[in-house]
Design a protein around this ligand. Structure first.
Ligand code: NAG
Ligand code: NAG
Ligand code: NAG
Ligand code: NAG
Length: 415
């Protein structure tokens, strides 16, 4: 101990450690600066979803019984809705889509109209309309495979962490659809419930599309370089392309994680109670099933002003097949390949949940089961409420931390 040599050694070792630590700290903090530039654009797509809920509550669109109607949350939503016009990504690409589509698919339309009538149930008035121009990207039914570009940008993806051995030991794969600009939302999820992805039997990743904005693209590259958890599909990321995002998710899972037992599809404005979800999985042994919040007998919106407008040409039935609402639903792993293939050969519809868990699942005779634990709406944040739920919708990035604490803090007691 008294040896002067060993004292000197200790001194130099400590000095070394200090230098290394400060170097690491500096390099990390400079890398983090870039993505934070996007703070202003956080919340674009979920905002439009919030409007959907607003409309629902006013009885304009669909009926959903248990939506909360507290005054404060209503005001909050109105405030957010007014921000919707700042959504730069969606508007221009939407216009491009709506003008391109009819040209490329005119001949397709004629040849496929008959098949369409027989495949989707409905009235014969379908053929009559032609002059109106609805405010939606797809004016004419086209097969999904004509608008979906397969493939992913998988560089930098930490596949070992997300789905090792093609999912052999994976009970649950959580795929979180996220919009390009939602850096804060992704960060708050990484710092809270995504923590469960460190378990051997749970994998998690975000699913995004492509952007033509080189600046945004570069900051997403940086973010993915740091975290390796962003699956990027080949479609342009926008609200009307959400169905393509779910397809991209199914394609990825089929290709890279075919052995996983369950897949949770969820969004970046959700809080997911992973332990509760794992308990749920343990208590259910169905195959070929989708669990979630069931929407029965919801009617297509026929007002062309609505975001949820669906023309008679696209869907002629009086009501949609029973589907599970989009914010979170759980698939058994066995249906992934057939859902993907069948979707590609079904007429495209931009309502992701109606399309995948309704129309396509019905034609494949996949069971859809209701589970009340999927709240899929903004509910009370009381800890005991959060602990009983599997998923809670419309969570702001900053709120993830409170919910995370409510979930884990053992000093908060529940009956
Ligand atoms: C078509 O409509 C009829 C009567 O409305 C209904 O009984 C039948 O189940 C429908 N078929 C499909 C495929 O939706
Ligand atoms: C975005 O980044 C990816 C990965 O580096 C690259 O392959 C792609 O060409 C980029 N796209 C644009 C529009 O810059
Ligand atoms: C591209 O993305 C950056 C960063 O999000 C944004 O500041 C810029 O306005 C975008 N450019 C265009 C043309 O949308
Ligand atoms: C949807 O994605 C397709 C394929 O990438 C693209 O051509 C189209 O412009 C996108 N539509 C919208 C509305 O962004």
């Amino acid at each position: 101990m008294g040896n002067p040599n060993s004292k000197r050694m200790t001194f130099f070792m400590v000095l070394n450690a200090v230098i290394i630590i400060s170097f690491i700290y500096l390099s990390f903090s400079t890398k983090d600066i870039l993505p934070q530039k996007q703070l202003h654009s956080v919340g674009t797509i979920p905002m439009s979803r919030r409007i959907k809920h607003n409309n629902k509550r006013n009885g304009l669109i669909r009926k959903e019984g248990n939506y909360p109607s507290s005054e404060t949350s209503k005001q909050l939503e109105v405030k957010r809705a007014s921000l919707l016009h700042s959504n730069i990504e969606a508007a221009p690409s939407f216009l491009a889509y709506s003008t391109q589509q009819p040209k490329s698919s005119k001949s397709l339309m004629k040849s496929q109209q008959n098949t369409m009538l027989s495949s989707i149930n409905g009235s014969s008035s379908v053929l009559e309309t032609s002059s109106e121009i609805p405010a939606l990207p797809l004016l004419i039914p086209v097969l999904t495979r004509t608008v979906y570009e397969p493939g992913h940008l998988n560089e930098e993806l930490d596949i070992k962490r997300i789905c090792m051995d093609r999912g052999l030991f994976l009970r649950l794969l959580v795929l979180i659809t996220s919009a390009q600009g939602h850096f804060m939302a992704r960060m708050s999820i990484r710092q809270t419930w995504m923590h469960y992805a460190s378990r051997r039997d749970v994998g998690m990743a975000f699913v995004l599309g492509r952007t033509t904005n080189a600046t945004l693209n570069e900051s997403i590259n940086q973010e993915n370089y740091m975290y390796g958890d962003m699956i990027r599909g080949n479609f342009i990321d926008s609200y009307f392309n959400l169905t393509l995002k779910t397809l991209s998710m199914l394609e990825w899972a089929d290709k890279h994680c075919p052995l996983v037992k369950y897949i949770l599809k969820t969004d970046d404005d959700m809080f997911v109670n992973v332990p509760r979800l794992l308990d749920f999985i343990d208590g259910h042994k169905d195959t070929r099933t989708i669990y979630g919040r069931l929407a029965r007998r919801w009617k297509p919106v026929r007002s062309s002003k609505s975001k949820y407008f669906v023309s008679y040409k696209l869907y002629s039935g009086l009501q949609y097949p029973t589907f599970t609402t989009g914010p979170a639903y759980l698939l058994t792993g066995d249906i992934v390949p057939e859902l993907y293939t069948k979707s590609l050969n079904t007429f495209y519809m931009q309502l992701e949940d109606v399309f995948i868990t309704g129309i396509v699942s019905k034609s494949l005779e996949i069971k859809r089961l209701h589970a009340t634990e999927f709240r899929n709406s903004r509910t009370s944040f009381l800890p005991c409420n959060i602990r009983k739920a599997i998923s809670v919708h419309m969570i702001k990035p900053s709120e993830q931390y409170n919910l995370w604490k409510s979930l884990l803090d053992s000093s908060i007691k529940c009956k």
